[in-house]
Design a binder for this molecule. Sequence first.
Ligand SMILES: NC(=O)c1ccc[n+]([C@@H]2O[C@H](COP(=O)([O-])OP(=O)(O)OC[C@H]3O[C@@H](n4cnc5c(N)ncnc54)[C@H](O)[C@@H]3O)[C@@H](O)[C@H]2O)c1
Length: 373
Amino acid sequence: MGAGIAEVTMDAGIEVKMYDVKEDMLSTAKKTIWGNIQKKIDKRILRKIDAEKMFMSIQSANKLSQIAHTDIIIEAVVEKMEVKKSIIQEVEQLGNASLIFASNTSSLSITEMAEGSKHRDKIIGMHYFSPVPKMPLLEIVKTPYTSDSTLANAYDLGVRQGKTCIVVKDGPGFYVNRILSPYLNECLLMMEEGVSVEQIDRALTSKGFPVGPLKLMDEVGIDIVVHATNANRDYASKRKGYMPNQGLDKMFAAGYLGKKNKKGFYLYDAATGKSTGTNTAILPFFQTEKKRENTIEAICDRAIYLMLKEAKSCLDEGIISSEQDGNLGAIFGIGFMPYTGGPFSMIQSMGHDSFTAKLTSLAANYGARFDPS
Ligand SMILES: NC(=O)c1ccc[n+]([C@@H]2O[C@H](COP(=O)([O-])OP(=O)(O)OC[C@H]3O[C@@H](n4cnc5c(N)ncnc54)[C@H](O)[C@@H]3O)[C@@H](O)[C@H]2O)c1
């Protein structure tokens, strides 16, 4: 993620300093960035001379002190609160009171990070999506302490990086991961009812999602999905009809990380990394007695309507401030069926009464988690 963020910042013509505890990660990041630049040179999007000049604007740093006197630090280190907090404290000791500290965390509380900081108003979330140079969305996460000037600076940087920015309130999963979570869980529950990986992924891609939910988890990393789910568990467990799947944790515990270790819902060719088909070895993790027939329509309804319901809760709770942000976030962050115009346009097209009636009927068939109230 760090390499991607550095690349889009370099593309914006802004000087970048990259820092990592492992120096070899810096050269790997630079190689990745140069590889992407080379593709643009090959396609004649960039002249080599300009590309080289741009590339020189990225410098490596091997000490935190070398990056402390910049305008903004965008942190993309391991997903551990104690590591993030200790970096904030270390940076603060280096004495740049005007520094903005942005975290790219996908599941940790930005508010908690701010509460461990001397300059709470300067802490903000800048949640990019993978792969950063390709994904257009940036979720900017504000806490009750974030100042308007910190927010404006982060927003300005996101726009210069070419991102479509939505400002969201801090809360479990922010907006995009929060609406994704019940959708993914429902697909895993369907696997426990005997629906195959192929059936689920094919049903949702045929509806217009760019990638099926199970393939998506392989792409993002099973570990990342499990961490995000665990971080949301306290919150989710208080919801009506909460019914978590049992299989994903077991998959993770057995060492399945998805595409990154070529072991996930799919199998991958060791040399090319390309998917070679579904992985039947994971089926025992999802074996239960709860067998049920699910048509393509039922698969799509179950997954999509829960996502719509969650999007609506996010608006009601002020996580997003407008339907437009909710539509943009879902389409640009997840690839939510673009032809619908996004979750809120979809609800509007069908009418609120029909939406409520559909949820009520799904609740009667599949459980209280669909209950519209
Ligand atoms: N992978 C994704 O799809 C994704 C998407 C959005 C956000 N994120 C978030 O981005 C962050 C990084 O994720 P990633 O997938 O790039 O992880 P990663 O494990 O690939 O990279 C983390 C990097 O942090 C470095 N690091 C660890 N401790 C450090 C320290 N104390 N100081 C400096 N560097 C340190 C590691 O050496 C490593 O290079 C996480 O917070 C994650 O939640 C990831």
